[in-house]
Structure formats: C-alpha cells, structure tokens
Write a protein that binds this ligand. Structure first.
Ligand SMILES: *Cc1c(COP(=O)(O)O)cnc(C)c1O
Length: 389
C-alpha cells in the first residue's frame, strides 16, 4: 500500500493491554480493524486534533468536497456503510419531517417497507431494520421477474434496497431496470455499494444508474474502520443530514441517528483517504502485489509439501487467477496439513498471522500485509512444516 507508515512496529499500546498484534493476510475485514491509515491521512487527523470545529459545518463541507471529487450531486460522511444504510432508509421513510424522524422506530402512519429481491438476501439488511422498517421480499430464490418487482412497488414501500455486489445475482433485476421501475412508482432506491470503490469509476456509477442514495464503507479505501459516506440526490442527502447525530444536539428532534456519532478525526480521515484513493496509482499498487507474491512463491515453492502459486482473493471471498493480490497455498494430500490447520498454526504464533482458508486452499492476501513483513510470512510457512521433521 503506497504511503502506508512502515518501519515502526505499532505494538506497544497493544502489548500494554495484552492484545496480540496481527499480521493481516486476510484482507480488509471489520473484525481485524479494517484498514491502516496512510501517513497523509494520519497527518490530517493530527491537524484536526489540534483544533475544534463545528461538526455540522465539518460534515457539510466534507460532504461537498466528496461530491465534487466524485462528480455526484451531494454526499455525507457517516460512520460506515451500515450506519449509512440505516440513516438512508430512515431518510427515505421520513423525508424532511423532523417529528417523523423522532418517531422512528415507531412507523405508525409511515411507509415502512423496504423492497428487496429474494436473490439479494444478505446480512446487512439487518442494519436497515433498526429504523423500524420491514422487508417486503419479491421474487424467488433463482429469479425475480420485472412484473414481480413492479407489483411489489406499492404505496407502503419507503425504498428499494439494492446490494450492488449482488447486482444481477440469482436472476435478480439489474439496478438500471430497478431504478426505472421504482422511479415510475415514485419510490427511491438505496444501494449498498460498501466495497464497490475499485475501479474508482465504479463509485459514481450507481447514482448515474439512477440510485437515489449509495452507501460506501471507508474501510475499503484505506479510511477508518468506522468511516464511510452516502452520496446521491441532494434532497435525500439533506434528509440524511437531518437524521444524523448533529441535529440531535442542535436541532429540535431526538433522532436515532444520534447513536452514529463521529469524531472530527473520522470525518477528516474518511475525506482525505478517499481523495488519496482517487489519486492513487492503482496499476502500481496491483503490480506491487504481483511482484511480492511471485517473490514469496519463489521463496517457499518446493520447500514445503504444497502447491504454492499467486492468485486473486476477491472481496466476496472467491479464489480467481487474476489480478494477483494473494499467494495460494494448497497442501499436498497426506502431508498432515489442511488449509484450515495451516491457518490455525499461523494464527497461533506471535505476532499472529491471520489468513483465510477457502476449501483446500490457504489464501495469503498481500493487500493488508506490509511489504517488510513478506519475508516473515514466508519464514513462518517454512517453519510450520520444518517443525514436523
Ligand atoms: C463492510 C460492508 C458493509 C458495512 O460497512 P461498514 O462501513 O463496516 O459499516 C456493508 N455492506 C457490505 C457489502 C460490506 O462489505
């Protein structure tokens, strides 16, 4: 990762607490703390720490900056994509009515349906339900017809929720058709685009395809684990701003968004990380993974009873050949190790090396490994097999 601080082990604060430092060969996962902040982002955070600012103003100006960077109508920083989903659905249910915002999760008198296609069932729906909304599911497990979708767009539906990474999966109606039909019924579409931030052109593509709001997670563009943003239609972003934590303190209404409070530093870090992500030389980033992966393969191949090769561990946890971001280790049959037992052995050491076993393959994703730890990664692999001879 270009620009990432390196060379100094940030372990003493952890050690003081008895927390095991982790070499993260899994990739970007919330439970491992998301990303690392770059030196540039940390510098901006340190500066923000030096001075107070009005949070409503900081959120308004950072939202405008993000909207300008992306070429979208409006944006708002939120503490993650899941918070973004809850605030977005709440905004769609209540519009600009503060009394209705305060009433949630009591949905009496409100449109309270979230329309979803059956093939889009996924876990983050849970975060949208804290508004008091309920899911109205349409379609079957392997297909949703346009007619089924249209029939579901009734007057009690507040919005359609469309997970971008599941677009077109299992016979679902694609986003551009969904937005066309939903808009014909006067219903907004909220997109979960949490990890759709690379290639960077993807970010603005959802609102261009008609999405009214799209939610992104900063963890996937090397921002804070508790950062993200919502972008889309200006009037709905304004409603998101009304239902977020700032108006609880300064406005008339006691809204649930108060629980999604942010630090100045998280707002700054999200904004600066996005700017850096958009300007980054991503070809160089991927070329570095390929070069580092090949070096590790070269180092351990033939020295352990396993097939070792480079590959790509995707954000939806599949193993594909390219583009290279990972080293795949497939233990030979009868060697006494499975991918899962290798993962367990690596995790037991100190620092703990964490990696993902997918079937019979152990993936060592290099995106979250510091380059100066590649050698250690190879040594640990060699040592696990050595110990047994
Ligand atoms: C990580 C993730 C989220 C949640 O994002 P946070 O920023 O961690 O709240 C939502 N949807 C998908 C698909 C994700 O991968």
């Amino acid at each position: 990762m270009p620009g990432r601080p390196r060379g100094h082990e940030q372990t003493s604060a952890y050690e003081e607490l008895g927390v095991t430092p982790v070499i993260n060969a899994c990739g970007i996962y919330t439970d491992l703390g998301g990303s690392c902040l770059s030196a540039t982002v940390l510098e901006a955070v340190a500066e923000a720490n030096e001075s107070w600012a009005s949070m409503p103003e900081l959120l308004d100006r950072s939202g405008e900056a993000i909207a300008a960077l992306l070429g979208v109508e409006a944006a708002r920083v939120v503490p993650g994509a899941s918070a973004g989903l809850a605030l977005s659905v709440g905004a769609c249910m209540t519009g600009h009515d503060g009394a209705l915002m305060e009433q949630l999760p009591d949905t009496t008198g409100l449109r309270a349906g979230i329309l979803m296609q059956r093939g889009h069932r996924y876990k983050y729906t849970r975060c949208a339900l804290m508004t008091g909304a309920r899911v109205h599911e349409v379609g079957g497990p392997l297909a949703t017809s346009e007619a089924e979708l249209a029939a579901g767009l009734r007057s009690d539906v507040a919005c359609v929720l469309h997970p971008a990474h599941l677009d077109g999966h299992d016979g679902t109606v694609p986003l551009d058709h969904v937005t066309e039909r939903a808009h014909a019924a006067g219903i907004p579409v909220v997109v979960d685009a949490a990890y759709m931030s690379f290639p960077t052109e993807l970010i603005a593509s959802y609102t261009r395809a008609g999405a009214d709001l799209a939610c992104f997670s900063a963890k996937y563009f090397w921002g804070p684990n508790a950062g993200g943003f919502v972008c889309g239609r200006a009037d709905l972003i304004d409603a998101v701003a009304q239902i977020d934590f700032t108006r609880f303190e300064s406005g008339q209404h006691l809204i649930f968004g108060r629980a999604f409070k942010m630090d100045r530093s998280a707002v700054i870090a999200t904004t600066v990380a996005l700017r850096e992500w958009l300007a980054m030389d991503h070809d160089a980033r991927w070329a570095a993974y390929a070069r580092r992966g090949a070096a590790i393969v070269n180092e351990v191949s033939g020295r352990i009873p396993a097939t070792v090769e480079t590959g790509c561990f995707t954000l939806d946890e599949r193993l594909v050949p390219e583009p290279v971001n990972s080293v795949f280790v497939r233990p030979d049959g009868g060697c006494g190790h499975s991918a899962a037992s290798l993962a367990a052995a690596l995790a037991q050491g100190r620092p703990s090396v964490q990696a993902v076993a997918v079937g019979e393959v152990l993936s060592l994703c290099l995106e979250t490994v510091r380059e100066d730890q590649d050698e250690l990664l190879a040594e640990r692999l060699l040592a696990i097999f050595d110990r047994e001879h």
